[in-house]
Write a protein that binds this ligand. Structure first.
Ligand code: GDP
Length: 365
């Protein structure tokens, strides 16, 4: 085809084509270039169901990607995994930095893996997108657990917003369950709304605390105590044992003042040491008792259904909001409206009403 474009016989042409060497020998004739095959949604499903870690990790990377093509494929993979999901115990663990979350998770995770459980550890780290340094992710974490063939550890996805991280984490739970993990631990740090989000995707929520950290009951947000199904006072060994027992007893008294939970469960308080492993077994037994009781009284399933319906609700709200605020005409009108409000020319309520009417009217056209 080039013959038509290039006049090969014209010696003056800068476009002369060198003959080259036909069939240049390969460095190693046994070496074949293997072209990387793009995996289909079915390939992903097969790999995940077979417990292939590399494929599971790749699928999670797809979920975490912000590329449109990746997210389309990721949604297909999630959809295929959904029928195989739901079979794990989802445990949320929160507490301030330094309380011992990763050490505790490593101790608990190792105990479970040794018993033959398959444990996935995920994280929700609100700092991972706001600042460069993340609270949970930067440390080399859970090295012993990470090497266990029954464990799978994944740092927090970073996304544009905490809502984005939450969504991705929920989707990653689905994949992990389809891959056969029977225990999914979601670790989060007590910052902002991250515990609320972690709580909204787990069956059981554990709050780790420290004894002797001053007036224990003042230091934590009441809301977090209300969400907790159990509180464990960690580092309760040696000299700290007695102080931790006192703290635990204070928490027990405080929890008595809270109204009874809808699920019929009264939150338990423990002391433990992630170092000596004391108390870890008892805490896991507590999770098991909770799961057994709430499965019997139906709350376990009701809670999961409500969590799913809440996702539907939140997704609709979010996509309506995005659509509204990204509408070019609305953007212009909003700029003008802001001046009207600042100059006290119009009420914000009236402007909001007008804008919404305009938005829906435009949609109909
Ligand atoms: P995280 O920030 O909540 O994940 O806390 P880490 O697990 O990183 O632990 C913070 C520090 O507390 C580390 O130096 C741990 O070695 C230490 N630590 C964790 N658990 C215990 C425990 O049970 N007893 C004692 N004495 N120290 C602990």
């Amino acid at each position: 085809m080039y013959d038509q474009i290039i006049d090969k016989d014209n010696k003056n042409s800068a476009l002369s084509v060198s003959k080259g060497k036909a069939n240049a020998a390969m460095v190693n004739s046994n070496f074949k270039v293997i072209k990387r095959k793009e995996l289909s949604a079915d390939d992903y499903l097969k790999g995940i169901r077979e417990g292939n870690r590399t494929i599971l990790s790749k699928a999670i990377t797809l979920i975490e990607s912000n590329l449109y093509a990746h997210s389309v494929l990721a949604q297909k993979v999630i959809e295929k995994c959904l029928p195989f999901s739901g079979g794990s115990v989802r445990l949320g663990i929160t507490g301030v930095p330094g309380v011992g979350k990763s050490t505790f998770i490593e101790a608990l995770g190792k105990m479970l893996c040794d018993e033959g459980h398959k444990v996935a550890v995920l994280a929700i780290d609100p700092s991972s997108q706001r600042s460069k340094g993340s609270i949970l992710g930067d440390k080399t974490r859970m090295e012993t657990l990470a090497q266990d063939e029954n464990a799978f550890i994944r740092p927090s996805p970073s996304a544009g917003s905490l809502g984005g991280v939450a969504r991705k984490t929920r989707e990653i739970i689905i994949l992990c369950e389809a891959a056969g993990f029977d225990t999914v631990i979601i670790e989060t740090v007590g910052v902002g709304q991250s515990e609320v989000l972690a709580h909204s995707m787990v069956d059981f929520f554990l709050l780790l605390q420290l004894g002797g950290a001053g007036d224990e009951l003042q230091g934590i947000k009441r809301g977090i105590m209300e969400m907790a199904d159990a509180i464990a006072v960690n580092k309760a060994e040696g000299k700290m044992k007695e102080i931790s027992e006192i703290a635990a007893s204070n928490y027990r008294n405080a929890l008595h003042l809270f109204p009874m939970n809808e699920n019929g469960w009264s939150p338990k308080v423990y002391t433990c040491s992630a170092y000596t492993k004391d108390g870890i077994k008892e805490i896991w037994q507590c999770v098991m008792d909770f799961v057994k009781m709430t499965k019997q009284n139906g709350y376990f399933y009701k809670n999961r259904n409500e969590q799913n319906l809440r996702i539907l609700d939140e997704s609709i709200k979010q996509s309506l909001l995005d659509n509204f605020y990204n509408n070019e005409e609305i953007k212009k009108e909003l700029d003008i409206a802001k001046d009207d409000i600042l100059d006290n020319r119009m009420s914000a309520y009236i402007i909001a009403q007008n804008l919404i009417e305009k938005y829906f009217k435009n949609l109909k056209q």
